[in-house]
Design a protein around this ligand. Structure first.
Ligand code: NAD
Length: 403
């Protein structure tokens, strides 16, 4: 099915960016919001994103105006009657999203595909509340959508294969890299990212190294920014919410680091709050150090060793688990981590990196960490099977990939 016109519901941070990406590819977009002011702000945001391109000489002012003609701001859902696809980007709340889709089904034609930009909610649960579960699908952009190439496509349990194909084609037509992911909590990228971020918080909480030191080491490894800078940017409250959803689904190996909870309880929610792991534009009052000390006293876990292997092996182990659950292929897992979070391109993703280290070495180190740091490092059974089968990575020509 060719998508000629798209509706975006929710003109906030993501909705406006998504509308810009789609219009940039030449497809008309109706941008709606429950709040009329938000509609105008959303349209203004689209214009600002284009203006940056004009200022950089990447497009002309005339081209900007042509693109803006493709955007219609609309305060009511009835302007979505003739769209082929609706992308919902309202706040992350299941009841609210279900309500929006129920309203949409009274407005849109029966052929319209319903997509949600949800970061973590169940697509099957969204589908179950509408009369078109077969046309409901997750279509998850990354922030900022105009810069991040990845889109995760998540079919629910009863989503039509044709809907999946249509959305893969649409993602490619708007110049994104689509990865189809089996539905699971956190989907693919947030699941792997959160395990990695959470481990760095454990390292800080246990006095293994300072947050500045850890950030520097991970940037030196090739990550686009350090984990604490990233956590502050995402927002510690949002990160904790994701960590809790993952913990609820996957159990003890995903327990959120206590320090993350302590920072949120103390209003240190990151850049937007003016303080998180770092202080923004103010003086340091030693509160972070005090919270770390409290954590040390409560957990009695301190003085552990910092190495970049801790967060990286946590991510690799989760990637192996995801592969074993057939959530995505090895190629897609690596592609998603490079395109979605900026895992260093030359290392080609966590599974290629594991092949470089050697799967036998990965398994040995995970076993050691399991003994010293806890069961969250319990190695994915697939790793042991690979070692037993002699699939130990690049050195033997066979690991997650064939060389
Ligand atoms: N912000 C991110 O970095 C990010 C990244 C990826 C995915 N997401 C997901 O995208 C979705 C939107 O997040 P956001 O950060 O853009 O939120 P936001 O709060 O910036 O924007 C949400 C918008 O939805 C509008 N809205 C609320 N109820 C509505 C309704 N009933 N009908 C129409 N509009 C309504 C609000 O007025 C607001 O303008 C969430 O599901 C979030 O998890 C966010």
């Amino acid at each position: 099915m060719y998508i000629y016109k798209v509706g975006v519901v929710g003109a906030g941070t993501m909705g406006a960016q998504i509308a810009q990406v789609i219009s940039f590819a030449g497809v008309p977009v109706v941008l709606t919001d429950v709040n009329e002011v938000a509609v105008q702000q959303g349209v203004d945001t689209v214009r600002k994103i284009y203006q940056v391109r004009v200022d950089k000489g990447k497009m002309t002012s005339e081209q900007l105006e042509e693109k803006m003609l493709l955007i219609t701001g609309a305060p009511r859902l009835d302007q979505l009657r003739d769209v082929d696809l609706v992308i919902e980007a309202v706040p992350e709340n299941l009841e609210l999203k279900q309500q929006v889709f129920r309203e949409l089904q009274t407005q849109c034609s029966s052929g319209t595909i319903f997509a949600s930009n949800t970061s973590a909610l169940s697509i099957s649960a969204l589908g179950a509340s509408s009369n078109r579960a077969h046309k409901m699908i997750g279509f998850h952009f990354f922030n900022p959508a105009y810069a991040m190439p990845l889109v995760e496509i998540i079919p629910g349990l009863v989503t039509d294969p044709q809907t999946v194909d249509d959305m893969v084609g649409f993602a490619e037509s708007i110049r994104k890299v689509p990865i189809v992911v089996k539905e699971c909590a956190g989907f693919l990228v947030n699941r792997l990212l959160m395990v990695y971020l959470n481990e760095t918080v454990f390292c800080l909480q246990e006095h293994a190294a300072s947050h500045e030191h850890i950030d520097q080491d991970m940037v030196a490894f090739g990550m686009p920014m350090g984990p604490f800078t990233l956590l502050d940017t995402i927002g510690l409250d949002i990160s904790l919410e994701v960590a809790r959803i993952l913990h609820q689904s996957y159990g003890p190996r995903m327990v959120p680091a206590m320090l993350l909870e302590k920072l949120v309880q103390n209003g240190r929610c990151g850049v937007k709050a003016g303080r998180g792991f770092y202080e923004y534009g103010g003086t340091t009052n030693g509160e972070l150090e005090q919270l770390i000390q409290e954590g040390v006293n409560e957990t009695q876990q301190h003085g552990t060793k910092w190495t970049i292997a801790r967060p990286l092996l946590a991510m690799i182990n989760e990637a192996a688990t995801v592969l074993q659950e057939t959530v995505a292929s090895a190629r897609d897992i690596d592609l998603a981590m490079v395109a979605g979070i900026g895992f260093p391109t030359e290392k080609e993703g966590p599974l290629h990196y594991a092949d470089d280290i050697g799967i036998d070495q990965v398994l040995r180190e995970l076993e050691e960490m399991k003994s010293n740091l806890g069961i969250r490092f319990w190695p994915a059974p697939l790793l042991r099977r690979m070692v037993d089968a002699g699939l130990t990575g690049r050195k033997t020509g066979h690991g997650f990939f064939t060389y």
